[in-house]
Ligand binder design. Sequence first.
Ligand code: NAP
Length: 276
Amino acid sequence: MTRLAVLLGDPVAHSLSPLIHNVAFAETGISARYYSARTPAHALSAAVEGLRRPHVLGANITIPHKESVLGLVDVVDESAGVVGAVNTIVRLDDGSLVGHNTDVHGFLAPLERDRVAGCNALLLGSGGAARAAAFALASVVKPASLTVAARRHEAIQELFSTLSSVQGATKFEACPFSEAASIAREADLIINATPIGMHPEVDHSPLPGDSFRAGQIVYDLIYAPRPSRLLRDAEAGDAQTIDGLEMLIAQAAAAFLLWTGREMPEGAVRMALINA
Ligand code: NAP
């Protein structure tokens, strides 16, 4: 029986997940296919029910359904529950569905823990990826401070209240998005979790070009283009940069492991993505 994994979202046409997982299935000899299924909101519930069929391994969930799918699965794991978003569903043998958030693991993958422990972090955005990053930072990296800069103050407050269960010594601060530029140079770690600068708006950046300095790490979750305008500016300012490719690979590897019990062949996947 050929097994099936599917991406549910709207839009899905530009997703790299089918490439990643079909390369991984071929390399590991697992008889499975990964499809994108454009799923408008009114069709989400039926699409999730369809995941209970025996040949289904599971699904990835993308914009705009990561939050709404929480109520459609049978069990939500801890990180997905705290983040308030599911990006991976696993079908268990009895047909029940478990929601996970592999963006948390993916976000941490390219960060050198020793370099960022106790840092002052500035996170741009308060959406799904920002919440996964904030949970990963607060629960694993434990920065001295985490400032979240976003357009909607209430979204930042909601994020901080969900993080209260993992709050250690980290000091949380909110900042209007329009004021992020004035504090960026002081941050040791800057994370862009907004889509500003993503293809096709490749000349846009969430921060002015003079926001960077040596000794800083600037991490853009965007993987198209690589590097983004933000990272080009950060490199020019002698900051260390990280783009979104390794997070993309690591979150997919975590989903692949959950579905198949096998390690994803990351080298082959990385080559396929770089050549795509
Ligand atoms: P999302 O849930 O839609 O959140 C986007 C966030 O960006 C929101 O806080 C939004 O603010 C803010 N934003 C959007 N446009 C803005 C603007 N012009 N000015 C200020 N803030 C703006 O999206 P997401 O899923 O978190 O994804 C965010 C980015 O991360 C995307 O570029 C995505 O490709 C990337 N990502 C990468 C990976 C990876 O594996 N590398 C994984 C996940 C996501 P409002 O709430 O006010 O609209």
